[in-house]
Ligand binder design. Structure first.
Ligand code: GDP
Length: 195
């Protein structure tokens, strides 16, 4: 799927700006700094692809990328950034809610969790929103290269326990590192298999 090419389509700030829901769609969510841009770049094989979403002024946009002619890959704004103004946070939460609840073509969300930190309160919030919106989500652990082998099982176990509380959670975790390339091919094929 990703061999065909990925292109930035548009950044969306309101439901009225969404492209037609005529393709298989997956979205990526995660706390700021979780490694989302890096992972999206690794998966799509394009170095600077998700950079657009990190430039000032674009951070609160929902960014749409086209993958081949069949899929949309959607980069949701990073959350949990303490310095963001309250009004801005409220605005993006409203947009996020509308998007998750109203996007018929959205097949799966990938929720990125830093393998070292596990599931935090802000992650729980987005997971609960996904539950309420009946959007199946799959957890992607990032920065696995930073986790010591001795800490690995405990990290996975803690994450699985947190996920067990969420009806929309897909039980299988995807373990990734953009540094070593771990899990990138897996994530690609998981996305390609979503119909
Ligand atoms: P975003 O805010 O979620 O888009 O996060 P970025 O992709 O910008 O990454 C945040 C920081 O984590 C950057 O300094 C990246 O170089 C680093 N990073 C991202 N992925 C990995 C990874 O798999 N391993 C390690 N060690 N660092 C990573």
């Amino acid at each position: 799927l990703f061999a065909t090419g990925t292109d930035f389509l548009k950044g969306v700030v309101a439901m009225s700006g969404m492209p037609p829901a005529d393709r298989v769609e997956v979205c990526f969510a995660g706390r700021s700094n979780v490694g989302k841009s890096t992972l999206i770049n690794a998966v799509t094989g394009r170095r600077a692809l998700a950079r657009a979403s990190n430039t000032p002024g674009r951070t609160q946009e929902i960014n749409f990328f086209t993958v081949a002619d069949s899929h949309y890959l959607v980069d949701l704004p990073g959350y949990g950034f303490a310095k963001a103004p309250k009004a801005e946070v409220a605005k993006w939460q409203a947009l996020l809610k509308s998007y998750l609840a109203g996007r018929a073509s959205l097949r799966r969300a990938f929720v990125l969790i830093d393998a070292r930190h596990g599931v935090k309160a802000v992650d729980e919030e987005i997971m609960s929103l996904l539950d309420a919106s009946a959007v199946t989500f799959q957890t992607v652990l990032t920065k696995m290269d930073k986790v010591k082998v001795a800490d690995r099982d405990k990290a996975l176990d803690t994450t699985r326990k947190a996920l067990a509380r969420h009806p929309a959670a897909y039980p299988e975790l995807i373990l990734t590192s953009s540094e070593t390339g771990q899990g990138i091919a897996t994530l690609r094929s998981v996305i390609a298999d979503i119909a």
